[in-house]
Design a protein around this ligand. Structure first.
Ligand SMILES: CSC[C@@H](O)[C@@H](O)C(=O)COP(=O)(O)O
Ligand SMILES: [Zn+2]
Length: 218
């Protein structure tokens, strides 16, 4: 087994703890919810230990898992949703960080659009914050997967979307929150902030247009 680079692990743990503190201050990680990770190498990731207050993480609150989600070098229990992180590292070799949060905006949007199964973002300048998007004249589909306590169910839903060849930069889980990722922590933070902003805009439009807004065709 490849040995873990301790310097890199500490650097990743600090980046994760810093992100947690800032996202927690925004109110996006209520009541110990949310989980974060960073890729360490081709076969390992650093991930938050389950149940910790994500707004007050210390580097000791971060542990190592292999890409099957098994703990490495510790008896600590990784995030209950580790399988969703490791799936993304397996499916996106360029992914270096994954952030999952539970903001109000993300959670309300997930419920409101669960029936459609997708939120279609189009025409927003901020779509360009998503890597590879160069114009507001683009379509960014954010799927809303049904929530499940069995992570294998969620893993299958994400696999099915990807296996259908559909682009994916982030997804919502109904009544739960968002997952997004990027090549490193700054890009992943940018993606998370962009999704939060765009979902908030969609919710504002619905409020201003009234309930019938949800009937509007794509
Ligand atoms: C505290 S409720 C939220 C959890 O059930 C879960 O969705 C979550 O995001 C955090 O789980 P964790 O195991 O701490 O990584
Ligand atoms: Zn969660």
């Amino acid at each position: 087994m490849q040995s873990i680079d301790r310097v890199q692990l500490e650097s990743c743990a600090r980046q994760i703890a810093d992100a947690g503190r800032e996202l927690g201050a925004l109110g996006w990680t209520p009541a110990t919810s949310s989980n974060f990770s960073m890729r360490l190498d081709a076969g390992h990731a650093a991930v938050t230990i389950s149940g910790r207050d994500k707004g007050r993480l210390d580097i000791d609150d971060i542990m190592v898992v292999d890409l099957e989600g098994r703990a490495v070098g510790t008896d600590a229990r990784p995030s209950a949703e580790t399988a969703l992180h490791t799936q993304l590292y397996r499916r996106f070799p360029g992914a270096g960080a994954v952030l999952h949060t539970h903001s109000r905006t993300q959670t309300v949007a997930s419920r409101l659009f669960a029936g459609r199964g997708v939120i279609r973002l189009e025409g927003w300048e901020l779509q360009k914050a998503i890597a590879g998007t160069t114009t507001h004249e683009s379509v960014l589909d954010v799927p809303v997967f049904p929530n499940a306590q069995d992570m294998s169910v969620l893993v299958r839903a994400v696999d099915a979307w990807l296996d259908a060849g559909k682009p994916l930069h982030g997804y919502l889980i109904d009544g739960h929150g968002i997952y997004t990722w990027g090549r490193d922590m700054p890009e992943t933070r940018r993606h998370l902030e962009a999704f939060e902003f765009l979902l908030g805009c969609e919710l504002d439009l619905l409020r201003l247009r009234g309930e019938s807004g949800l009937q509007r065709p794509f």
